[in-house]
Design a protein around this ligand. Structure first.
Ligand code: LLP
Length: 428
């Protein structure tokens, strides 16, 4: 469920009419709903209500990469969520949004020594390590700073998540984690390193999963490993089960498993583990909480179908170009007619295509369209390709809305480049 609905034939976000935002801010613009974010958090918490996770309950760390806007992160922090970060930038953003450091887990396959030092000084709750080399570096940094690092190894369970190859992370031929088969030996070496406090195990097999079976297979392996590690004398207090639950993009496709099904599976598989469970949801919380609002620049005749040329492009929403991802595209003021069209942006690449041969609301020059389910991996993956400014972002709550990222002025984009001394005269 989300809060993007038609009222009197006009799409609203909560109590705000989208044309009002377009008139005030221009397009393209991302628009997020606080009520939808909060609802998704509540649905996930309800789904996990039956899991055994110790007195503190599950540690839910929002995957910042899905939507790092500080206002979005502050909404998560207000709801009591922690954060899953993968860079110094994400760590600082989460802290700047009020996420307590001890609710932050630092993931990522290439943490640098400087990033580790920053995270240790700020007091992050857990490092998810992805290699033995990384553990050695963290041990050195932690020893130098005299701050113990609480760590888990991310295990690569060699399970095929059955999702798009570019967002699949749990097979042995993916770069992530340490192999399941050698994990016990790796933990023995880990525990011997100075400055390291072994705390748990972690797994994340991919994103936009539409089947619980691979997740269950991975979690079963983690359960076996926890038992083996305890038998070898390790104290295992946390089990991080990652993120990855899919969201509905295409209304004509079967719904992905809901958080209640997911929670029931987790409760069944993890019963008796005697750990604090951790989760790193990203898309599940913000995917359907955001749209990208765009204007039709013109409609051009095409060989097979008309070309609907928008003012949004692949630089604003990369997912269709990068993963052939499907986003529902709706008219903000539909007139009831439908047509078949190719929907594209103005960027000079044929890959700047949002939809081909799409049956959709009929739109004409000047009309507003909304890309649905654009709250996750939308604005955060934007670039300035073709010297297009970064898209602004709006957060709505009830009938209030606020600019939470202003449109980047083109002048600032140009001013960010510096001219070397030997070219300055030429320009002056
Ligand atoms: N934890 C880790 C370690 C991750 O790598 C990810 C996502 C998550 C949690 C959150 O996964 P989620 O719950 O959002 O599925 N740009 C791609 C998705 C990349 C996901 C990367 N890792 C897309 O637009 O589909």
């Amino acid at each position: 469920m989300n809060h993007f609905e038609y009222r009197d034939g006009v799409m609203h976000v909560e109590d705000v009419a989208l044309p009002d935002i377009a008139a005030a801010i221009g397009t393209p613009v991302y628009v997020y709903s606080t009520a939808t974010i909060e609802r998704h958090i509540a649905v996930l918490r309800d789904g996990l209500a039956g899991v055994e996770s110790g007195p503190a309950g599950p540690w839910i760390a929002f995957a910042v990469k899905a939507n790092p806007n500080r206002a979005v992160l502050a909404t998560m922090a207000r709801a009591g969520l922690g954060a899953d970060v993968v860079s110094a930038g994400e760590l600082l953003r989460a802290l700047a949004a009020g996420v307590p450091a001890d609710k932050i887990v630092f993931s990522g396959v290439g943490k640098t020594a400087d990033e580790m030092a920053l995270a240790l000084e700020r007091g992050v709750g857990q490092f998810n390590l992805e290699s033995e080399q990384e553990a050695v570096t963290l041990s050195q940094v932690a020893t130098r700073l005299a701050i113990a690092a609480r760590v888990a190894y991310r295990i690569n369970p060699d399970v095929d998540a059955g999702t798009h190859a570019k967002i699949s992370t749990g097979r042995s031929d993916n770069k992530f984690g340490i192999p399941y088969d050698t994990a016990a030996a790796a933990y023995a070496r880990l525990a011997a390193l100075p400055g390291i406090d072994v705390q748990g195990v972690a797994v994340h097999i991919g994103s936009q999963l539409t089947d619980l079976a691979p997740l269950e297979a991975a979690f079963v392996r983690i359960g076996g490993l926890i038992a083996d590690l305890r038998a070898a004398g390790h104290v295992i207090r946390t089990a991080d089960l990652g993120g990855g639950l899919g969201v509905p993009y295409d209304p004509s496709k079967p719904l992905p498993p809901n958080p209640a099904d997911y929670g029931a599976m987790v409760a069944r598989v993890t019963r008796g583990w005697d750990v604090r469970l951790m989760f790193e949801p990203g898309r599940l919380i913000v995917g359907n909480a955001g749209i990208l609002l765009s204007t039709v620049v013109r409609v051009k005749e095409g060989a097979a179908h008309p070309w609907v040329i928008l003012d949004a492009a692949m630089n604003d929403l990369l997912r269709p170009s990068l993963y052939d991802a499907w986003h529902d595209i709706r008219a903000v003021r539909p007139d009831g007619a439908r047509f078949v069209a190719n929907v594209v942006g103005p960027v000079c690449e044929s890959g700047d295509t949002f939809a081909t041969g799409r049956t959709m609301d009929r739109v004409a020059e000047g009309d507003l369209v909304a890309f649905m389910t654009a709250g996750a991996y939308g604005a955060t993956m934007a670039s300035t390709y073709n010297s297009r400014a970064l898209t602004p972002e709006i957060l709505v709550t009830g009938e209030e809305w606020a600019i939470v990222r202003a449109r980047q002025p083109i002048e600032s984009l140009i001013a960010a480049d510096a001219l070397p001394p030997w070219l300055q005269e030429e320009i002056a």
